[in-house]
Write a protein that binds this ligand. Structure first.
Ligand SMILES: CC/C=C\CCC/C=C/C(=O)SCCNC(=O)CCNC(=O)[C@H](O)C(C)(C)COP(=O)(O)OP(=O)(O)OC[C@H]1O[C@@H](n2cnc3c(N)ncnc32)[C@H](O)[C@@H]1OP(=O)(O)O
Length: 279
């Protein structure tokens, strides 16, 4: 994926010169040091290998540019933040592909979870599974108050299992008992429920998600970077190290699990169900 610069928006000057890739739009505002990163992989921002790769590239570019201290993650697709991992990457492929794909999923989580940037999720659509995981890696989550925008780690509903580092991220956010129940039941929370359980930090009207994210960002960026970053690292490094210490074993575990006939069958059936839903 190549990083492309696009023309600045009208009357904005250099600080709004957008850049990004085909599936990840980046709207930087150098004046405030905040960039808005929008997933653009229609129709549902499924986390394909390409999107994961482009996401990592764009995030790295922002992290390496000292102008930027905060990034807001949001969706360019209507009604959906992200439908989670791309199911077509996990069915009907070969072990080598599954390994490559899972390595990219691990990489994105590792980069996001320990990022020095202030990361705020402006959740403007449905946020199941891998989409929920991305929002959980952020420092703060704002969800649009729309009953259609469900959020949660629903993997068991597909007959699969969220890996331990998905689980750890949820436990670090909503606690052990709430996570145990949510993961086993594959719970998808309504906005009010997600707020109540602590899965999101704020629920606001749909047209205020981005403006709210910008004002919350200002509050987080008022903290001296070094102190905030060291504190974030103190809070999260143990969780990250658990995966770092066993990345290859985790990949092998994923490949053998996802390759099982029974798992392949449930994923195919789930994809069929999604397609019939439209019928
Ligand atoms: C040891 C560890 C082992 C395994 C770990 C695996 C961890 C897995 C994590 C995951 O993220 S698995 C993915 C789980 N995702 C979901 O359950 C969400 C599924 N999608 C939906 O619920 C809905 O699509 C929606 C996000 C609520 C949006 O609904 P809407 O009605 O707007 O769209 P529609 O459902 O018609 O879908 C449009 C189109 O997109 C296809 N689609 C949807 N989700 C995915 C997906 N995750 N991957 C690939 N494709 C997806 C859907 O089939 C439709 O396709 P079509 O246009 O060709 O019919």
């Amino acid at each position: 994926a190549t990083i492309r610069r696009t023309e600045p928006t009208a009357g904005s000057g250099d600080s709004a010169r957008r850049f990004g890739t085909q599936r990840v739009l980046v709207e930087p505002d150098a004046a405030s040091g905040v960039a808005v990163m929008k997933f653009k992989n229609p129709p549902v921002n499924s986390l394909s290998l390409e999107l994961l790769t482009e996401f990592i590239i764009s995030l790295e570019k922002l992290e390496n540019d000292k102008t930027f201290r905060g990034v807001i993650l949001t969706s360019d697709c209507p009604r959906v933040f992200s439908a989670g991992l791309d199911l077509t990457e996990m069915c009907g492929k070969n072990p080598a592909h599954y390994a490559e794909y899972w390595k990219a999923v691990q990489e994105l989580w590792l980069r996001l979870y320990l990022s020095n940037l202030v990361l705020i999720a402006a959740i403007n659509g449905a946020c199941p599974a891998g989409g929920c995981l991305i929002s959980l890696t952020c420092d703060y989550r704002i969800l649009a108050d729309n009953p259609k925008y469900l959020i949660g780690l629903n993997e068991t509903l597909l007959g699969i299992v969220a890996p331990f580092w998905f689980k750890d991220t949820l436990v670090n956010t909503i606690g052990h008992r709430a996570s145990e129940q949510a993961l086993q039941l594959g719970l998808l929370f309504l906005p009010a429920e997600a707020l109540q359980v602590g899965l999101v930090d704020q629920v606001v009207p749909e047209d205020q998600v981005l403006s709210t994210a910008l004002s919350v960002m200002a509050r987080w960026m008022a903290i001296p970077d070094h102190a905030r970053q060291l504190t974030k690292n103190m809070m999260r490094k143990t969780t990250v190290d658990r995966l770092v210490k066993q990345r290859d074993a985790d990949i092998q575990n994923f490949v053998s699990f996802i390759s099982r006939d029974s798992i392949q069958k449930s994923l195919q059936m789930y994809l069929e169900k999604l397609k019939q839903k439209k019928g």
